[in-house]
Ligand binder design. Sequence first.
Ligand code: NDP
Length: 484
Amino acid sequence: MKTDKYIKNYINGELVDPIPNEYLDNYNPATGEVYSYIPNSDERDVELAVAAAKKAFPEWSRQPIAFRWGLLNRIADLIYQNLDLLAAAESEDNGKPVNLARTVDIPRAVENFRFFASAIKHFSSESHHMTSGAINYTLRRPLGAVACISPWNLPLYLFTWKIAPALAIGNTVVAKPSEVTPMTAYLLSKICIEAGLPPGVLNIVHGLGRKVGEAMVLSKEIKAISFTGGTETGKKIASLAAPLFKKMSLELGGKNPTLIFADCDFDRMIQTVLRSSFSNQGQICLCGSRILVQESLYERFKLAFLEKASLLRIGDPQSPDTQVGAVVSKEHQEKILSYIELAKEEGGRILLGGGIPEVNKRCSNGYFVEPTIIEGLDDHCRSNQEEIFGPVVSIAPFTDEEDALRKANASEYGLASSIWTENLSRAHKLAESIETGIVWINCWMLRDLRTPFGGMKNSGMGREGGWEVLRFFTEPKNVCIKYR
Ligand code: NDP
């Protein structure tokens, strides 16, 4: 298996050129150079993919569970066997440290296939006995052809988080990775061919969101949309899909608070908060970008955090020692830097970073941003409200629990939070009142696939985990039998 200069669509079991025969440049963000080309597909490619998915559905959905289980595990095996290739490709596409791709992104993609392959073996639906002498049972059938649209920050991991459950329960899929990071999705198509996935069961169409993504959303044959991406794109998709009464799961942006109380385990906290701030250059929807620290601990935290963040090794993402790589694109680098300027205008003091670091020769034209720590921002200013999605965090003190909660909830987003305290009652109380779909206490980004995942408020809808994800991809029907 290898990467290719010209990426192809995967439609009806074959790797094919896009109908318009046009390609987009694919940049390596660490070097700023074009290293491959992405199909600039259009509605016609989507139509072919949807037709293939529709045709494959009856047979795929009728296959015995053991058959689907076997194929999904075979795909997982092949991803694992190609771990190094996939990690290098993801790092080259995205700018993330290869070590992060190798230890987090790709293993979690393997786990997505393994988990849902196993979950269908244990999936059950409900039955309700009525005293009047009737039984209701819920028949759950797969929906048909569904669309999966994913972002660039955790390319293969989030792509497979959608595809694996949809296929496992018997749907066929038309999927679009972000056009910014297409290579691992392309390698996945090769893996599916090698695994023997029947033609049309999974189709991958590359190209621009506004063209390919919208055509998928609007297609009459697409029964559900599973989308992860920005809140504005989520709104657009919802506005297109709602009048067509399609099922939707929208996993959107975040501006996550980290609450640090004076009684926390300081050493454990500081190591993890460093990760929750700057992992993947801050480009994880779950990163904590608003750090709130109890007054009495504030100065100690500030000193330790600044020192540790200043020691992070920024560099060539392909080097195994690198901790901070490139951000995903030039446009994104400019967006992050403009938010840092805005933060200054809004009264923020830059305590660390704020600019472009010097990186070795191979990466001298790459898109890097220094880990940046800002102090003095008002809770309601734009740079503390809008998602920057880069290695940029604000720190601020709070007085007590009530103040911490007020500040944490002062956001239109509600994806994730982390709370650092050794006081168990306080932790539970805050977990109940904080307005986020995920609450981590004394940890960050621990992920159990059986739990609901997703956000409140503007961070999305359709929070799912385990069975719920499988249920999302089914049509429930109530059957009532009167026996007396
Ligand atoms: P975008 O919303 O820009 O894009 C996401 C996907 O949607 C891409 O494949 C994109 O294609 C496609 N798309 C864009 N416009 C449309 C459209 N009109 N119709 C259909 N599809 C479209 O997000 P980013 O890729 O920039 O990802 C970053 C965002 O994702 C952040 O806001 C982050 O918080 C969020 N995210 C949320 C997560 C969660 O679980 N809640 C997890 C990870 C990220 P193209 O690339 O061609 O534009």
